[in-house]
Ligand binder design. Sequence first.
Ligand SMILES: Nc1ncnc2c1ncn2[C@@H]1O[C@H](COP(=O)(O)OP(=O)(O)OP(=O)(O)O)[C@@H](O)[C@H]1O
Ligand SMILES: [Mg+2]
Length: 245
Amino acid sequence: MLYINNLTKNYGSFTAVNHLTLHIPEGDLFGFVGPNGAGKTTTIRIVCGLLRASGGLVVIGDSEAPIGSREMKRMIGYVPDFFGVYDNLKVREYMDMYGSMYGMYSRDIAKISDDLLELVNLSDKKDVYVDTLSRGMKQRLCVARALLHNPKLLILDEPSSGLDPRARVEMKELLKNLHSMGKTIVISSHILSELSEMCTSIGIMNRGQLITAGRIEDIMQQLSGGKRIHVQVISDMETAVRFLK
Ligand SMILES: Nc1ncnc2c1ncn2[C@@H]1O[C@H](COP(=O)(O)OP(=O)(O)OP(=O)(O)O)[C@@H](O)[C@H]1O
Ligand SMILES: [Mg+2]
């Protein structure tokens, strides 16, 4: 679904992304992990056509559309790390505005917005001003907005940052749900453990370079030094008590 080949981004003499090569298959929930300054946002912004690469190639699906083209942007739903909402817009109006930007018909926008707001659990907030929503709700609204044009690929840049534990769980459930509906998803985070239980594959980046990438089971095994821990669960209470004595 997403092919990144030899991608490089230089800022003057500083290399933020250094010959990054990555393939994310269709249907994957891919976790992009790395510390501050690793180059995650830079890579994501290049893929979304918001930043020009210094070198390399990005291909989405089997499209030959150039990076940043309208056709390529149509294939991507992007949830940025920082996003503004508009003070004087209600949730429904916000979705309408983005729908019209995508060139959708008003009746389609109304129907699809309703479905998406239900999916992100904001149905009861349709007539509320967006700037009065909590951060977690704003994040979910941003996911709904990014899905309006039914993109093949959903890319979220640290969607859980600044959320409380409950909102994090809600975001995780939403992403799992979207994945089970067949969306290919890329999500970035600083924290491997946060992604490990929901992602199907992972790429770890540091200082512009990809350290490792692959199926989650393989990466976790690599990180644990290949050790396997066998855990026996005792369901019978009496046996458990005897075992503990
Ligand atoms: N416009 C810019 N000019 C110069 N350097 C930049 C610019 N944007 C990013 N960088 C540098 O590129 C590197 C990668 O930044 P990037 O934002 O991609 O990292 P990140 O992995 O998303 O980090 P974080 O987890 O903090 O969001 C950093 O060292 C950053 O300072
Ligand atoms: Mg970032």
